[in-house]
Design a protein around this ligand. Structure first.
Ligand SMILES: *Cc1c(COP(=O)(O)O)cnc(C)c1O
Length: 371
């Protein structure tokens, strides 16, 4: 466990431990020694700060960045980051011209996208990665359209309009290494690469693995792995110990003493069974604390776990401090950081969700810091 952070601000604060991100980057690379690492920093780096995470991962050995939208890619360029960036999820009318101008590589999941990228390209061929759906029925070209997409891309490449740098796929069940759909996904991806080669394409980057497959299945590594969750200490496969990087803290706004039988919060969903102290934290579901965690959630105050009581409000939650007359201003750790504090994984369990949703859900009112 990392030592407890020294909290120097009394506002609700989300701090990112960049040393943890660097360590996780190295762990991911060690599991995929034959591939290069694309650090996935979509959704503001899973809530950890995209530009800071990007710089940290690149310094630790990642060579490329991955995001969903062109806007996310352009924000990284605006932050002064020059590394190759792949953007893989865009409507056909996205600003592909701006992407080309800023040397942002684009994933192409359909013929309509290919045409839009070609139309927007000027001043040199746009670099694209053709995206094959290997089993999610979500993003990526359906296999039935793949050969046609490859042929059209090859023609455009021969005319100097694009350069097909990569072929990509994404697995549906990589967090369950034994799931039979993983073998199907690998086979489909290998087929997709063969079809691309047969049309004359020579993609340098062939990539299928995200974090879980990076950590569990070398057969998915190909030339490049795309890791998001793992950078942030989340292993969806539950096989490798990584370092959580995010800590959420907030100061107690008030502390009050209440008598036994005092009902608390909206709907009077909880009633104090005995006299106690109640602390108020200025964080609620608008800040990303899931309302579904009511009745189970805990926070750390003065080295001890305390129950969150009653319903979560939009802006605030109430904490049962028992006999401790803690002073207002005392900083509570909601998750991460301090020894004994709840983890984002625990919050996910309490709310019936996954860690990803907890860490990406913290709202804009919370101050961001790195350490
Ligand atoms: C989010 C995403 C990733 C990263 O997945 P993790 O499991 O977070 O590593 C990789 N590829 C695609 C297409 C994604 O959308």
């Amino acid at each position: 466990m990392a030592p407890a952070p020294t909290v120097t601000t009394t506002k609700p604060t989300l701090s990112t431990d960049l040393a943890a991100v660097a360590a996780n980057t190295r762990t991911l690379m060690a599991h995929a020694p034959t591939a290069v690492l694309m650090a996935v920093v979509k959704a503001d780096g899973f809530g950890h700060g995209a530009a800071d995470v990007a710089r940290t991962a690149l310094a630790a050995g990642a060579t490329r960045l991955g995001v969903t939208s062109v806007d996310e890619a352009l924000a990284l360029r605006a932050a002064g980051i020059g590394a190759p960036i792949l953007s893989w999820l865009n409507p056909v009318d996205a600003d592909f011209a701006a992407a080309a101008h800023q040397h942002v590589d684009l994933a192409v999941p359909s013929r309509a996208h290919l045409d839009a990228v070609i139309a927007a390209a000027s001043g040199g061929p746009a670099r694209v990665h053709l995206h094959l759906d290997v089993g999610l029925a979500r993003d990526g070209a359906p296999p039935a359209e793949w050969a046609q997409l490859c042929r059209a891309a090859r023609l455009a490449e021969q005319r100097g309009l694009i350069r097909v740098d990569g072929v990509m796929g994404h697995l549906a069940c990589a967090d369950v290494p034994g799931d039979p759909s993983n073998a199907t996904g690998r086979t489909r991806f290998a087929w997709g690469v063969e079809v691309a080669r047969a049309t004359g394409l020579r993609p340098v980057h062939r990539h299928l693995a995200a974090t879980a497959a990076t950590l569990t299945d070398p057969r998915t590594h190909h030339t490049l792995v795309r890791a998001g969750a793992g950078l942030y200490g989340i292993d969806p496969s539950g096989t490798v110990r990584l370092r959580p990087a995010l800590t959420l803290t907030a100061p107690l706004v008030t502390v009050r003493r209440v008598r036994a039988g005092t009902p608390v919060g909206y709907g009077h969903a909880w009633t104090a069974p005995a006299a106690t102290h109640l602390g108020l934290l200025p964080l609620g579901y608008a800040d990303g604390l899931p309302r579904a965690a009511a009745g189970r959630a805990e926070v750390l105050v003065r080295g001890r776990r305390r129950r969150v009581v009653g319903r979560f409000s939009m802006d605030q939650i109430v904490v049962d401090l028992g006999d401790d007359a803690v002073e207002p201003g005392e900083v509570a750790t909601v998750f991460g950081g301090a020894d004994g504090a709840p983890t984002a994984a625990e919050w996910a369990r309490w709310a019936g969700t996954i860690e990803h949703e907890i860490v990406t859900g913290i709202g804009p009112r919370v101050t961001r810091r790195t350490r």
